[in-house]
Design a protein around this ligand. Structure first.
Ligand code: ADP
Length: 482
């Protein structure tokens, strides 16, 4: 089976969120299972700024899209995912993929629809024997729409099956109807059974209607998005397509995120003592007072309501009264950035606020903290909690989406479990759970060490994830030729 994995972000070249991690890892594991797989992404300007691209091979130059009305030429560059023989094609066109933030709103429809069309042209020109296109989120959701309309009778493209993975249904790509014409798609798609959505067009809806198979990144989120609380208006369509809707939990790349070999962390982690040594070094690094037995609580992620920032902001003044320290790494909503920075003045000895994207510091925090906070309002899968557990940091989560599927509540009687959580999106429940975890950390060290061990032994490797995707590809192919 030959799989084309198409994504707007791919780690390590461009990473905004969890999608990049999946795009950078899953293809490698598919290859290990014996499948052929390659990746396609835009040649964002960031990549030229941050990587040595002189070794990228130019495969084709001056191609033009077949459908899209924006006829600027593009070129295909080839390289490989690091430490692998998985090909990655970077599609380059002058001036379009230039913004620092790859999801910058200006021209975002043009960028994503043009990319979707030229990704198909790339398949046709270079990899015409591809069987399945694996698309991700709304940015690539016009691909199945093109395939089932403009390219329905195309020799190479007409036989492609599609799998759409929803990494986050909160982002859908909603635009004025006339954009359909910019994409070079037929006007009849402005129809309730296609792209139309409350008088506009919704690109993700197009993906949901036209893909052969759909999945999200955890079984619980697959159920949740069929309800009005989590479906963001697309729950009705997801219900209609529920027979083709699956949940596959993401893995994490054990070769990169390995506490015994990770070059970013202070000491390899094998024992609980190693963990405490990392904590002391982290405190030193962040210029916090060195306190081996004070509980170090961390948060890494985008600073938005989705991640529970409203809850954290409302309880932080209370939990900081306990013998704890708090380290935060992230960027996002300015109101949260300002609020968090102001905490450094009120609690200089207790908080370290780092408003930036810093993959190196992220690893040091995963390795050096005791508790990792993830009180998300919704969480399709979540990677942070898995990285945390891999490095022996105990997650405190709100049980929603992938957090339900990856964190197991600690049970004092059976000594099983990997973390602590709560269900209602409530400040008191969050505060109670943080204090409970802190209590275990400080007063029940023997049990804490058991939880630490349980976390480090939990299996989040990619092999299982990759196997589940192979099953979905088979389903998509069977469905198409049914
Ligand atoms: P989402 O995809 O919703 O942003 P995930 O938990 O699935 O959330 O993935 C977020 C990923 O991005 C994790 O690997 C996390 O460590 C990383 N990350 C988020 N913010 C930062 C940051 N400021 N610096 C470094 N890594 C970050």
């Amino acid at each position: 089976m030959k799989i084309s994995f198409v994504s707007f972000e791919v780690s390590p070249f461009v990473k905004v969120g969890g999608l990049a991690d999946v795009a950078g890892a899953l293809p490698k594991y598919l290859k290990k299972l014996g499948e052929e797989c390659y990746v396609i992404m835009p040649f964002h300007k960031n990549i030229e700024d941050n990587f040595d691209t002189s070794k990228f091979e130019i495969v084709k130059k001056d191609l033009v899209p077949d459908s899209h009305k924006y006829k600027a030429p593009f070129s295909i560059y080839k390289s490989f995912l690091p430490d692998s023989d998985v090909k990655i094609y970077f599609l380059k066109t002058e001036g379009l993929f230039d913004s620092e933030n790859v999801y910058e709103e200006e021209n975002i429809f043009l960028k994503t629809s043009y990319f979707s069309d030229i990704a198909l042209k790339t398949i046709k020109e270079i990899e015409p024997d591809t069987n399945i296109v694996h698309i991700n989120d709304w940015h690539t959701s016009l691909i199945p729409v093109y395939l089932k309309t403009n390219y329905f009778e195309d020799k190479a493209l007409g036989k492609l099956s599609t799998l759409l993975t929803i990494h986050n249904i909160g982002y859908q790509g909603v635009f004025a109807p006339e954009f359909i014409f910019q994409a070079g798609l037929p006007g009849y798609l402005f129809n309730i059974d296609a792209l139309e959505f409350y008088g506009k067009i919704n690109v993700l809806k197009g993906g949901l209607m036209f893909s052969d198979i759909i999945n999200t990144v955890s079984p619980t989120y697959a159920k949740e998005i069929q309800t009005s609380e989590y479906g963001y208006g697309l729950e009705g369509i997801l219900k209609i397509r529920s027979e083709d809707l699956y949940g596959v939990i993401n893995g994490i790349d054990y070769n990169i995120y390995n506490p015994e070999t990770d070059p970013h962390i202070f000491y390899p982690i094998r024992t609980y003592e190693d963990k405490l040594n990392n904590k002391i070094k982290l405190q030193e690094y962040l210029e916090l007072p060195i306190k081996k037995y004070s509980t170090l609580i961390s948060f890494i992620g985008r600073l938005f309501d989705q991640k529970g920032l409203d809850l954290i902001s409302n309880v932080i003044n209370y939990f900081l009264l306990a013998d704890v320290q708090f380290v935060m790494l992230g960027t996002g909503d300015k109101k949260y950035e300002r609020f968090l920075i102001s905490l450094e003045d009120s609690f200089p000895e207790k908080v370290s606020i780092n408003i930036k994207f810093d993959a190196d510091l992220a690893q040091k925090i995963y390795a050096g903290s005791d508790i990792f906070l993830m009180p998300s309002r919704y969480e399709p899968c979540g990677l942070g909690q898995m990285y945390a557990m891999r490095y022996g940091t105990i997650p405190v989560v709100r049980y929603t989406g992938g957090l339900v599927d990856t964190v197991q509540e600690y049970d004092s009687e059976t000594k099983k479990g990997t973390g602590f959580g709560f269900y209602d999106y409530s400040e008191t429940d969050l505060l109670y759970t943080i204090l409970k975890a802190t209590y275990y950390n400080q007063k029940k060290e023997e049990e804490w060490k058991i939880i630490f061990k349980n976390c480090m032994q939990a299996d989040f490797s990619y092999e299982k994830t990759a196997k589940s995707y192979v099953e979905l590809y088979k389903k998509a192919i069977a469905k198409k030729f049914n």
